[in-house]
Design a binder for this molecule. Structure first.
Ligand code: HEM
Length: 409
């Protein structure tokens, strides 16, 4: 059964749309008129677009009905051989397998571990701001401010030395940039990036087997699941997941937060005037996350016939949950289209709807976003666009490729 209504025939939530901007108006119509909407896809059949907050949460929390392991979290399809590899990444495992693997990396992300990173993150953020000062405040914000902090922190946590960070950055861009010609001109190039990052991971893993250190790679090479050590492919895929998840998402969130601060000067001035007010910075950080999350959607696949509201979903159907739409759901958030740094409660779903895959790096990301922007506004309370932001072409990552800004004291 589909809800393909002629008045909604111009709905398009694919990559070309996102390159132009966040389709707020389309989401508003979908939430009101067809909250479970059959969205055609030129190459991947079609999928149910789920756009209301309660439904996004319900799907996220019900892994028995909505699997990631059956068909991955991407809208496009993979052949069975590729699916075997895809299923070795945490996001694409269902419990009980997921539970066993998640335990392995969780140790690196406990609240205590994250608190331990606090000073290092602050020092790194100050150094980044110093470099902005050297450039007289005229920078591409993405390269100068949003990229370096998450890159440095995740590389340090995994165990990638400073001199190799640029390589990790390049691989990570090429791996998620398949739909954007600026990053990844061809599938072959993506394959090359994949081969290179796997070889690199193999080398680090070999080193940590012989010389364990205090990093996630050392934990992973010595960890056991059901009495077995992780294989090379499993290690490679963990490595890639952490590099991509740790970099792309937080970087884009910091860039989107900057655009929000440029476009809402009152909020920016208030934050700058209350730079040491932790409570205000905490609510502001949650609002940055709600306002423009880094991931448009994740896909699930129905394991059995089911129903969302009055729409029947067949076994095997793709169900795609749209986080941004849920975050603007007028039945949950007061004045959802107002950017409000005092918003409370603010139970957004930018880190997921609270199910088994809930973002492992949520507290790390919060700390990085808050610290980076706070250190920036401490020195540069004024900001304006120095050119047009350029958006990433992707049906999955809500990215900004470049953001020319002028920052001033
Ligand atoms: C603003 C930054 C971030 C956003 C918006 C974000 C968002 C998300 C979302 C939406 C999910 C899926 C949740 C679900 O399916 O219920 C997820 C999963 C995940 N995130 Fe993040 N994330 C961010 C930062 C990070 C960072 C810094 C890391 C650190 C390495 C990270 C690691 C992961 C991992 C490993 C998963 C998979 C968890 C699992 O399958 O069990 N994320 N993230």
């Amino acid at each position: 059964m589909t809800t393909d209504r002629s008045e909604l025939a111009d709905i398009d939530l694919l990559e070309d749309t996102w390159e132009q901007g966040v389709p707020d108006e389309q989401f508003r119509r979908l939430r009101a008129e067809a909250p479970v909407y059959w969205h055609p896809h030129p190459t991947a059949g079609g999928f149910w677009a789920v756009t209301r907050y309660d439904d996004v949460k319900a799907v996220s929390r019900d892994w028995r009905t909505y699997s990631t392991e059956l068909g991955s979290t991407f809208i496009r399809d993979f052949d069975e051989a590729a699916m075997e590899l895809v299923r070795m990444t945490l996001l694409n495992m269902d419990p009980p397998k997921h539970t066993r693997y998640r335990k392995l990396v969780s140790a690196g992300f406990t609240p205590r571990m994250i608190r331990g990173l606090f000073d290092g993150i602050e020092v790194a953020a100050r150094e980044i701001v110093d470099r902005v000062a050297d450039a007289d405040g005229e920078v591409d914000f993405v390269d100068a401010v949003a990229v370096p902090l998450p890159l440095q922190i995740i590389c340090d946590m995994i165990g990638v030395p400073a001199e190799d960070r640029a390589k990790v950055f390049d691989w990570s861009n090429r791996l998620v940039g398949g739909q954007d010609p600026d990053f990844s001109p061809s599938e072959e190039d993506q394959m090359v990036a994949q081969t290179e990052i796997y070889a690199y991971c193999d080398a680090i893993a070999a080193d940590r087997r012989a010389h364990p250190r205090d990093d996630i790679m050392s934990t992973l090479v010595h960890a056991e699941v059901d009495g077995d050590r992780l294989g090379d492919t499993e290690l490679n895929l963990f490595f890639v997941l952490l590099c991509v998840a740790g970099n792309e998402t937080t970087r884009n969130l910091i860039s989107h937060a900057m655009t929000a601060l440029i476009e809402h000067p009152d909020a920016r001035r208030e934050l700058a005037a209350n730079i040491d007010d932790d409570a205000l910075w905490n609510t502001a950080t949650e609002e940055f996350l709600r306002w423009n999350g880094s991931i448009h959607n994740f896909r699930r696949t129905a394991t059995q016939p089911t129903r969302i509201r009055d729409t029947e979903i067949a076994q095997g159907d793709k169900v795609v949950i749209y986080y941004h739409s849920a975050n603007r759901d007028e039945s949950v958030f007061d004045a959802p289209d107002a950017f409000d740094i005092h918003r409370s409660p603010n139970d957004h779903v930018s880190f997921g709807g609270g199910g088994t895959h809930f973002c492992l790096g949520a507290n790390l990301a919060r700390l990085e976003i808050r610290t980076m922007l706070r250190e920036l506004l401490r020195r540069f309370p004024n900001a304006e666009y120095a050119g047009e932001p350029r958006r990433f072409r992707s049906d999955f990552v809500n990215g900004i490729k470049s953001l020319p800004v002028h920052l001033s004291a």
